[in-house]
Design a protein around this ligand. Structure first.
Ligand code: PLP
Ligand code: COI
Length: 341
């Protein structure tokens, strides 16, 4: 085994094909046994449900190399569960949860040369996804599915790594009440493309979406949950049925309470309350924790007290503790870290 010749420290968050990907097919009511394959391309019928009606859901997790040379993944059981929840909401055949972790491990193991070396700050991003593959023209779910896992080495999601970002309050909605905001469906991201392109053109790194019904509560961004820190050091995270239950956010709530002794509140967060917080950030697998320095509310800036120069002290501590757990420098709660063997 030899690591690939890649400039690990300068990787961005972009796709690079690796050697192997995992594929399993569902047909006649059953999943086949699955296999690792070489071809990064997929050939499907032009009328496949994924093309016509966007019947696709996905996950995201990362593999890290530890100081002693092991490769680990973080809480894959929660990705397995969430992918199955997402699949059920789009009337798809869920990939069996008890096979998911093994499939992820096989894929990472087959691409170990692409796992960025310890200390590079990069990781191997793992993207499991599921799609409806047979032809349908009337609006109905597919009866055949493909489950696939691709991997790609990545650096930070936002340019500048942990430099605070400037975001805007969006006039578009991400997810409707009783819609699909709580699952990881491709359709949620398709609808966010136009608003994110516009936000980028205007010089913002991300959109803050508010609740679609009243536009008075904070929801999330296109690809991460919000973290708020109060002036007296409490961690507050928005609660809503239309945001994605981030695994990073759920882990950070536990870390804040049990490792750092912080008070944690998971509750609806009125947009009005945003100027009151001492620190604001985004969290997710891709984003890890990214601090927010400024939020534009229709031309009026909300300046977060921690500023645009560096991450605030509480988010910094949370970020370091989470990364230390993920990279095995401090002990993880039981079952959080899985070693690739
Ligand atoms: N919210 C959205 C819309 C996302 O796409 C993601 C990314 O997965 C997250 C939140 C963060 O979730 P997680 O921490 O499970 O990666
Ligand atoms: C992730 O964090 O894994 C995601 O899927 C977010 C996406 C916007 C890259």
């Amino acid at each position: 085994m030899a690591k690939k010749n890649i400039d690990w420290s300068n990787l961005s968050f972009s796709y690079m094909p690796t050697d192997k990907r995992y594929v399993s097919m569902f047909k006649d009511g059953a999943w086949d046994e699955g296999a690792l394959v070489d071809d990064p391309n997929i050939v499907l019928n032009e009328c496949a449900c994924v093309f016509q009606y966007a019947q696709t859901v996905f996950e995201g997790l990362k593999a890290y190399e530890t100081e002693d040379g092991r490769t680990v993944i973080f809480r894959p059981d929660l990705n397995a569960q969430r992918l199955a929840d997402s699949a059920r909401r789009l009337s798809m055949a869920p990939f069996p949860e008890d096979r998911f972790i093994d499939a992820v491990k096989q894929t990472v193991k087959a691409n170990l040369d692409y796992v960025p070396p310890y200390g590079s700050g990069a990781s191997l991003y793992i993207r499991p996804f599921l799609m409806g593959t047979n032809a349908v023209i009337g609006v109905q779910p597919a009866t055949e599915y493909m489950f696939r896992i691709l991997t790609t080495p990545v650096g930070p999601y936002f340019k500048g790594g942990v430099k605070p970002i400037y975001i805007k309050v969006s006039d578009y909605d991400r997810a409707a009440p009783h819609g699909t905001g709580h699952i990881k469906a491709g359709l949620n991201y398709a609808m966010s493309l136009y608003p994110i392109v516009k936000a980028h053109e205007e010089g913002f790194a991300e959109n803050m979406y508010l609740d679609a019904a009243t536009r008075t509560y904070v929801e999330e961004t296109g690809g991460a949950n919000f973290l708020f820190v109060t002036k007296d050091g409490k961690l507050v995270t928005p609660k809503s049925d239309s945001i994605l239950p981030s695994i990073t956010r759920r882990s950070l709530m536990y870390v804040a309470e049990h490792y750092l002794g912080m008070e944690v509140e998971h509750r609806p967060v009125p947009f009005e309350e945003v100027p009151e917080f001492a620190e604001i950030g985004l969290c997710g697998t891709a984003a890890v924790i990214s601090p927010i320095g400024k939020i534009s509310d229709h031309g009026k800036d909300i300046c977060v007290p921690s500023g645009m120069d560096e991450i605030g002290p509480v988010l910094k501590k949370l970020r370091e503790t989470l990364i230390n757990i993920q990279e095995c420098r401090i002990e993880a709660p039981e079952g959080w870290v899985h070693v690739i063997e």
